[in-house]
Design a protein. Structure first.
Length: 62
């Protein structure tokens, strides 16, 4: 499931609203370990582009 989520986020990363929507959905359906891995992956790949969205979504997930 995590690989699927990464694929979806990669495809929608051009649109901030869509990226946030898909990230929120992903956080709801993943287990805690997967969320932590997703968090690391997101910050590594999209930290510069979508940092505010990542901060907002992952703070709520904690």
């Amino acid at each position: 499931m995590l690989n699927y989520v990464k694929n979806v986020l990669s495809r929608v990363s051009f649109d901030a609203r869509l990226f946030e929507k898909e990230l929120r959905k992903a956080i709801k359906m993943l287990i805690a370990d997967e969320i932590q891995e997703l968090r690391r992956w997101c910050y590594a790949n999209y930290g510069n582009e979508h940092e505010a969205i990542l901060n907002r979504c992952f703070v709520m997930a904690s």
